[in-house]
Design a protein around this ligand. Structure first.
Ligand SMILES: Cc1cc2nc3c(=O)[nH]c(=O)nc-3n(C[C@H](O)[C@H](O)[C@H](O)COP(=O)(O)OP(=O)(O)OC[C@H]3O[C@@H](n4cnc5c(N)ncnc54)[C@H](O)[C@@H]3O)c2cc1C
Length: 716
């Protein structure tokens, strides 16, 4: 209501201005013609005249009416240079700020909501450099002033910043116009006041802050490097530390563009994903799934059997799968691709030099113009009393240790209710372990919506996992051969006896031991980088788990492209990492896959959304396969088919998601998914049916009423 009143007042004032032709009073000719009369009135009413001028000036600029330039000249003619500049400077700034506030109050919310995605970058830029932009706009006379006021009102720039920068930024122009006004008789036109050389000076003045900023950045850079001696020549264009997803992809890109690149891996090529992460866990999940299918075969009209197997064989298969994929990431393959691969431990000596303790016992030093740190992450081990003494496994050790067992551990504790904990807990439960999964938080899979946590918990429990949420591990004890985890639940202690414990409570970036601390690269949980993945030293980049904020193989590879391209070609053009559409999946059964916002994210960020959901219990293929558990949940902008985020829970959810990832990446809405033929009968039809649900909910009801009438009429 308040908004409507303000809009009405603004429109009434603007309409009155034009209806009564008030603009004619603010013409150069009119002021020149009445100069003597105005001067006389002003001499008789000095204070009132100045005050009235001040008020009218504010009104004209606040309402974005034409005439401010003429009034500025008039200020010179009637108030003189000093008072003219003072009065116009304050009146124009106050008027501009009022216009800015009106635009902010009336338009900002709706525009920001409507174009939230597109305005994200602009908002970030304004938050970072808003004062610079405004100053430049005020001085480079390309945009009309009133437009700047209105547009700035739509951005997140602070009002006080707008006021102060406007006051300073408009001062030079004010001075020129007021000064011209002191010689009113000689002013023939407004455009004549600004000569090309004056315009150029303004433009240069406007660009000054940017030039100053650039110079400061260069000086800062020099300071960062000041204590180091930069080599005159470099052995390599690029050195990459770490042969996981991030390191492999960045060195490959460098080799493709013919850069001389060395990749250093201390341990196993392929990093965590191949050796301890994605690959072994997915191999294990498959065996566990087959075991589950055997024991539930009666659901398919077959006879259920309790799977009999050697656990050693299952783990053996895991290692065979690693071995089968190993050649993709091998030294031989990368050497063939043009990458020099060194097997050894790398340590940064200075911003361009890396010392490598090679596995053969020798040491080598190499210099490079750029370095990419791709050292990955390692399991986080919480400081629980007794943990070290009693013993534990992590994703780094369990594949090797379990490979020695003939049977799955009888009683297994999995600490952690995140994706890795859930995948492992379910798999080992399916392979015969009695699994207790301990999670401190009120629910597992905390990043996902509560209903996803509930569904995952139910499926884990159906497989026999004892999911203990709100249980805090407080210590471990060993009594003879028996190992006990003491947990706290509702203020009371509980004892859980176990044979093996897997610690899966998160992963932390590898930040120490290889020179980051010696050369002063800033870290805080991860290596700190800017949007271009540059560290404190602009020639040192970081990518993958070591840089965060995501810990996935595909995000490591995604960042690797940016790190490699920026490292090799950044002097010409740098690319900011695009994190706008990041998918991920948890490979429990049913799988959980997500891209973009879920409900809890949208609520936390105050983003308006609508939910469309399609249950897999309705999908022909899911019913036929006996995998009708789960849903496709799509968040869209209210009233639009623009996808904000998707969560899929169900069989092959990870494989169903990319259609939405593609749609979000390329701005395709649900209507486009609905208009695409999906093969029958496939799980992917769930995506189309979710889009269909959205369409049904947004059917144009009024038109349908008329259509019904039309068809009734056609039947006669
Ligand atoms: C159990 C588990 C399951 C997972 N499942 C998935 C999944 O399904 N999907 C997914 O996307 N992600 C998954 N991940 C995460 C994924 O493995 C990581 O995000 C990915 O490996 C990160 O790649 P990276 O290149 O950043 O680091 P890493 O793969 O960790 O590679 C870093 C490499 O750097 C080497 N290194 C470190 N310091 C030095 C040094 N000073 N000198 C030389 N070499 C050094 C290390 O030896 C290591 O090989 C899983 C992780 C785990 C633990």
């Amino acid at each position: 209501m308040k908004k409507i009143i303000i809009i009405a007042v603004i429109f009434a004032a603007i309409a009155a201005f034009f209806a009564f032709d008030l603009g004619s009073f603010l013409s150069l000719e009119n002021i020149k013609a009445s100069q003597a009369d105005i001067a006389q009135w002003q001499a008789d009413n000095t204070f009132i005249a100045a005050l009235s001028f001040f008020a009218v000036y504010i009104a004209v600029t606040a309402l974005s009416l034409p005439g401010a330039a003429v009034m500025t000249i008039a200020a010179g003619a009637f108030l003189g240079l000093f008072w003219g500049v003072i009065i116009v400077s304050f009146a124009s700034t106050i008027g501009a700020t009022l216009a800015f506030l009106m635009s902010r109050f009336v338009l900002r919310d709706s525009i920001q909501n409507k174009f939230a995605e597109r305005l994200k970058l602009i908002n970030q830029g304004i938050e970072r450099d808003g004062a610079f932009y405004l100053f430049t706009l005020r001085l480079v006379p390309v945009f009309p002033f009133f437009l700047i006021n209105i547009l700035m009102g739509l951005t997140p720039i602070r009002t006080i910043t707008f006021f102060l920068v406007s006051q300073v930024g408009m001062l030079a122009g004010t001075l020129v116009f007021v000064n011209a006004g002191t010689q009113l008789a000689q002013v023939d036109s407004l455009s004549g006041i600004l000569s090309p050389s004056l315009l150029l000076s303004f433009a240069l003045l406007g660009l000054f802050p940017w030039i100053a900023k650039k110079i400061i950045a260069i000086l800062k850079q020099r300071k960062v490097y000041a204590k180091w001696n930069k080599p005159k020549q470099f052995d390599r264009n690029l050195i990459v530390i770490g042969g996981g997803a991030a390191g492999l992809v960045s060195s490959y890109i460098a080799a493709v563009v013919k850069a001389k690149v060395t990749l250093i891996e201390a341990h196993k090529m392929g990093g965590d994903c191949l050796n301890y992460g994605c690959v072994p866990s997915k191999a294990l999940i498959k065996s566990a799934k087959v075991a589950k299918q055997m024991s539930t075969a009666s659901h398919y009209g077959l006879q259920s059997v309790t799977p009999t197997f050697s656990f050693r064989n299952v783990m053996d298969r895991v290692h065979k799968i690693i071995a089968a994929i190993e050649p993709h990431d091998s030294v031989e393959r990368y050497t063939e691709l043009g990458v020099e691969v060194l097997q050894g431990y790398a340590k940064l000596v200075d911003p361009w030099t890396v010392e490598i303790s090679l596995n053969d016992g020798t040491t080598k030093r190499l210099t490079a113009r750029s370095i990419i740190i791709a050292a990955g992450a390692k399991p986080f081990v919480p400081p629980i009393p007794g943990l070290e003494e009693v013993g534990y496994l992590t994703s780094d050790t369990l594949w090797h240790e379990f490979a020695k067992l003939d049977d799955a551990p009888k009683r297994l504790v999995v600490l952690g209710g995140g994706p890795i904990g859930c995948e492992l807990a379910q798999s080992f439960a399916r392979l015969g372990s009695k699994v207790s999964q301990i999670e401190m938080a009120p629910r597992i899979m905390l990043r996902e919506d509560p209903e996803v946590s509930d569904l995952t918990k139910a499926s884990l429990e159906a497989d026999g996992v004892r999911v203990l949420t709100e249980h805090k591990a407080i210590r471990l004890e060993k009594h003879g051969d028996s190992k006990i985890l003491v947990v706290e639940f509702e203020g009371k202690e509980k004892h859980i006896e176990f044979d093996q414990l897997i610690c899966a409570v998160g992963r932390v970036a590898r930040l120490s031991g290889y020179g980051l601390e010696d050369i002063g690269v800033s870290t805080k949980n991860t290596v700190i980088t800017d949007g271009y993945l540059q560290t404190l030293y602009p020639n040192i980049f970081a990518a993958g788990d070591v840089a965060g904020p995501f810990q996935f193989t595909h995000t490591a590879a995604h960042q690797a492209w940016y790190a490699a391209v920026n490292a090799l070609f950044g002097q010409f053009k740098k690319f900011k990492v695009d994190y706008s559409v990041i998918p991920w999946a948890t490979f429990t059964d049913p799988e959980v896959a997500r891209v973009g916002l879920n409900e809890q994210d949208a609520q936390q960020q105050g983003i308006a959304y609508e939910v469309t959901r399609y249950g897999l219990d309705d999908l022909d293929r899911a019913i036929a396969d006996g995998t009708d558990q789960g849903f496709v949940k799509v968040l869209t902008k209210p009233g639009k088919d623009t996808i904000l985020g998707v969560t899929i829970v169900g069989a092959q959810a990870g494989d169903l998601l990319p259609e939405f990832v593609l749609a979000m990446k390329h701005g395709l809405g649900l209507n486009k998914i609905l208009g695409t033929i999906h093969t029958y009968p496939t799980m992917s039809e769930a995506n189309k049916y979710a889009a269909g649900e959205w369409k049904r909910a947004h059917a144009p009801q009024k038109i349908l009423v008329w259509l019904e009438k039309y068809h009734n009429w056609r039947r006669g």
